[in-house]
Each structure stands twice: as C-alpha cells, then as structure tokens.
Design a protein around this ligand. Structure first.
Ligand code: SF4
Ligand code: SF4
Ligand code: FES
Length: 317
C-alpha cells in the first residue's frame, strides 16, 4: 500500500473585491485573490519562489477600515474584507512608485508588463527633468549615509553608474537596479544561504553590495547565479548575454529554449537551455520545479561549455 500526503482542505473565506463577492482559501494573499479574479495587479519585488519582502509597494490595494494602503503580495485575506484595487488612492500610489523608479533607474530591459503598467497608470517619469550625469567609477559604492543632498530640481537624480565586469560568468549593472531585494533573498535564506550580497547604504544611496564592496572574485559569491535568475530588470545578466548585447547580436526571437535534466549529479534539477546560433547563451530553471524552484548551483547554471567544445568534450580523456 502506498501512502501519499494529501493537504487538508482549507476553509473558504468570503471577501469583496471591487464590488464582487468572491471566495478564497484561508491563508491566501490579496494578490492571489486578485489573480484568481483575473485582475492584473502590478508587482516588482514579489516572486512565487521567494518570501514577500514588501519593498516596492507597487501592488498596494485599499482595504476598507485600514488607515494605509496595504501590499497585496503579503497581506492575507480575512473574512469580510472589502478591497478596492482601482481607487484613486491606489492608482495615485502605483503611479508614484512607477514614476520615481522610471525616473532614476534604467528600466529598458524590464519585462513588457512594466511598460503596460506605466501606460495604465499614466506614469510620467520625464516630469522630474532630464537625467543627471552618471556617477563616475565606484562613487555610489563608497557613498555614506547623509552624503546624498536633495537635487536642485533641474535634473532627475539617477543610479546610473558603470557596469561591474569582474568575472566571466555574470555582470552587474546597477544602473538597472530597482532594489527589489530578490537577489539578496535568493543568495540568502531563500535559496543559496551564501549571503554574499546585501543592501548597503541608506535612502537614495541604498544599493546592493558585496561585503566592503569588493569585486565578486574576492567576495563570498559561489557563482550559483540564483541572483540572476530572479533579477527582474537585467541588472544581473549572464556575461554571454551581455557580450552579445554589446555586439548587437542578442536576439530572443531567434532563440530556442529546451528543458533538460542537469547531468552533473543525482538531484535532477531541470535546466532550460537558451540557444542562439547553435550555442547555449544562458541557462535558467523553471520556478515551478518541485526540487529547485528556479534555483541551481554553479555547475548547472554555468557548466555548459563542454557541450560546445569543438571535440565534443573529450579533452583530458
Ligand atoms: S551568484 Fe549565487 S552566491 Fe553569488 S551573489 Fe549571486 S546568489 Fe549569491
Ligand atoms: S540587482 Fe536585480 S534582483 Fe537585485 S535588487 Fe537590483 S533589481 Fe532586484
Ligand atoms: S510586489 Fe508587493 S510590495 Fe512589492
């Protein structure tokens, strides 16, 4: 006889979303309830395989009786809740978040949904003026709390800075970083437990950093690439993708994605091989895989060169 674990049924709660009475399982978040209703709720720091950190606030909704807007990605539904997802308050708040981010961060490689949300909420990042000049060298890495001064209003302050190129596996372009914390979570307790990166600085000078801002080769990084896998803006990117983009040759329309099993050990991680011109250009892993939930180790993520070696990987035999 085989024993199988069956999750106990969950009590259904009745809540109201935008005037519609709906039933959701106890423990569901308001975001899950909205998605169940087909409502396109913007999210930036939320990802299914990470614990919510509530830092971007673009997912806020209005709950009757609550003093402030609540982040739908982490707020659990409660019996009798009355929720508004498209009130003037909600729209104004989402618009502000998107405008402030888009005026200070390069969102050109963020997913198409970000552009859709900006159009929907009529975000106008250009109203803050033209972008201020990029920071030179590692100035942002050295910034100390209290050093940031309010801009004079002629230009929009930005996080623009040089790309960090210090290893052969991936690059860090913090001009594109929205400080969603996903990489910190993936490197830390949500997946890798390496804690090679964290948030340094305060206010506008807050940034993702290694310990003492050392380069990746001198940091605790083990090159699992789980931070790249969760980054929503292209701030963290395979070096292979970066090089092809620099040459103007990156073309997703010509890429195929093949799911296979990692050959290195017996865990059985799923790999998604992105192939362009008969070469693997990056490796991802599906978020819904029971074992890895999108995360890999250095071998599965970056150890694919042997597939492409001219003599079929026979060197050294
Ligand atoms: S590659 Fe892995 S270990 Fe290195 S910073 Fe990213 S998540 Fe952390
Ligand atoms: S580097 Fe990417 S994942 Fe990390 S905080 Fe910035 S945008 Fe988020
Ligand atoms: S997605 Fe909910 S706070 Fe960021």
């Amino acid at each position: 006889m085989s024993l199988s674990f069956v999750a106990p049924p969950r009590r259904l709660l009745t809540i109201t979303i935008d005037g519609r009475t709906v039933k959701v399982p106890e423990g569901a978040t308001l975001l899950e309830a909205c998605r169940q209703q087909g409502l396109d709720t913007p999210t930036l720091c939320y990802l299914e395989n990470l614990a919510p950190v509530n830092v971007c606030r673009v997912c806020v909704v209005e709950v009757e009786g609550a003093r402030v807007l609540v982040p739908s990605c982490s707020r659990k539904a409660e019996e009798g809740m009355v929720v508004h997802t498209d009130s003037e308050r909600v729209r104004a708040s989402r618009r502000s978040v998107l405008e402030l981010l888009a005026s200070s961060v390069d969102l050109s490689l963020a997913g198409p949904e970000v552009k859709r949300w900006m159009n929907r909420y009529r975000a106008e990042p250009e109203r803050f003026g033209p972008a201020a000049p990029a920071a030179e060298d590692d100035r942002r890495d050295r910034a100390r709390p209290g050093e940031h001064h309010a801009p004079e209003g002629q230009v929009a302050a930005t996080v623009a800075q040089p790309v960090k190129l210090d290893n052969e596996t991936y690059i860090r372009d913090y001009s594109r970083c929205i400080l969603c914390y996903k990489c910190v979570e993936a490197c830390g307790s949500e997946a890798q437990n390496t804690f090679a990166i964290a948030v340094a600085g305060r206010g506008f000078e807050a940034r993702i950093s290694t310990e003492f801002a050392v380069g990746l080769p001198d940091s605790a990084c083990v090159y699992c690439g789980n931070c790249i896998g969760v980054c929503p803006t292209g701030a963290l990117m395979f070096k292979s993708e970066y090089d092809l983009r620099q040459k103007g040759r990156w073309d997703e329309a010509r890429q195929t994605v093949t799911t296979t099993i990692c050959p290195y050990c017996g865990v059985g991680c799923n790999l998604e091989l992105h192939v362009q011109d008969n070469e693997i250009v990056k490796v991802t892993s599906p978020l819904d895989h029971d074992i890895t939930r999108g995360h890999l180790c250095v071998k599965g993520r970056f150890g694919y060169q042997f597939v492409q070696s001219r003599n079929g990987g026979d060197e050294g035999r």
